[in-house]
Design a protein around this ligand. Structure first.
Ligand code: GRG
Length: 291
């Protein structure tokens, strides 16, 4: 039977959506906290491709640990959603639209959007604390490092205060800003699944290549689709004079780089004994995504 990756992503996304909704229940008795929870749910649910949770679930599935992986997937998506909510704030990217609907600070207000990000960031670690200690500790370390100063937040800082506009700088920045959470997704799946050090290294390498390819696809979409298709503002990097893979390599060059990264990611899977066809299919799906 041929693998329908779009269908598999959709099914996983539906399961993740339900788990994310449940993770913010029950609503508190205090009206203010219930309102915060509503705003957190607004930023967390009702959209998104759920590629990072997909990667957690599929990596864990390689090692027969699918049933244990949803909480790790939820925690990671909470971090991702927080980053989008904060990134959209006027002090950051100042974007009014996210996933085709008003950004959290537009639907609520700026102070609530800051608290929504804070709430999601911290709730992610509450979710991980439910794992048995031998798994919870490495998951917490992995997610905290990927999200924090040497990971995504560090990458955001490098983007705000660039020390260069050349390819080397953009690769280093994006490996942290976008890549760290994607690498973390595969690693969390490995931790939950009890993968060996070699298997984890191979899947990390796969995810590192995928993360960079993901950013290149994002840069290409930024210059090829409308804001309506993207569900968020497009073409802003060029307006702000920010270097992207497209401005550095040209559209054609960026497409070629994306393809070589996909080839390298597929090669990294070769040393994993399990059936990695879903992870391989994800590469092609990601490269041709439309939002
Ligand atoms: C602490 C104030 C404050 C801000 C932090 C951490 C941060 C701001 C920003 C993170 C960096 C960021 C938003 C990177 C963008 C990565 C990216 C391409 C996101 C879009 O991911 P998709 O396409 O989105 O997976 P969906 O909507 O599908 O989930």
């Amino acid at each position: 039977m041929t693998l329908d990756i779009a269908h598999r992503l959709k099914n996983r996304a539906n399961d993740v959506e339900k788990a994310l909704t449940d993770a913010l229940l029950p609503r508190a008795g205090e009206a203010a906290i219930a309102k915060l929870q509503d705003a957190m749910a607004y930023g967390l649910t009702g959209g998104g491709k759920r590629m990072r949770p997909f990667l957690v679930l599929e990596t864990a599935t390689l090692f027969g640990a699918e049933s244990k992986a949803m909480d790790a997937a939820v925690a990671l998506e909470m971090i991702h959603a927080y980053s989008l909510v904060h990134d959209d704030l006027p002090a950051m990217d100042d974007a009014d639209l996210r996933r085709g609907k008003p950004s959290v600070h537009k639907a609520y207000d700026e102070a609530i959007a800051v608290l929504v990000g804070d709430g999601l960031l911290t709730q992610a670690f509450t979710v991980l604390s439910g794992y048995e200690p031998g798994i919870a500790a490495p998951l917490v370390k992995e997610l905290a490092e990927a999200a924090g100063m040497i990971g995504m937040v560090g990458g955001q800082m490098m983007d705000l205060y660039p020390e260069g506009h050349d390819e080397e700088h953009i690769i280093a920045l994006q490996a942290k800003k976008t890549g760290a959470l994607i690498e973390c997704a595969a690693t969390m799946g490995c931790i939950v699944g009890g993968a060996s050090a070699d298997e984890t290294a191979a899947l990390r390498l796969y995810a590192r290549k995928l993360g960079l390819a993901f950013q290149i696809a994002d840069d290409l979409l930024d210059v090829t689709v409308t804001a309506e298709e993207a569900g968020k503002p497009v073409g802003r990097d060029e307006g702000q004079g920010k270097a992207t893979f497209v401005s550095l390599l040209s559209e054609e060059g960026a497409r070629q780089r994306l393809q070589s990264l996909n080839d390298e990611a597929a090669a990294a899977l070769a040393s994993v004994d399990q059936d990695t066809s879903v992870l391989e299919a994800l590469l092609a799906w990601q490269a041709s995504r439309t939002h």
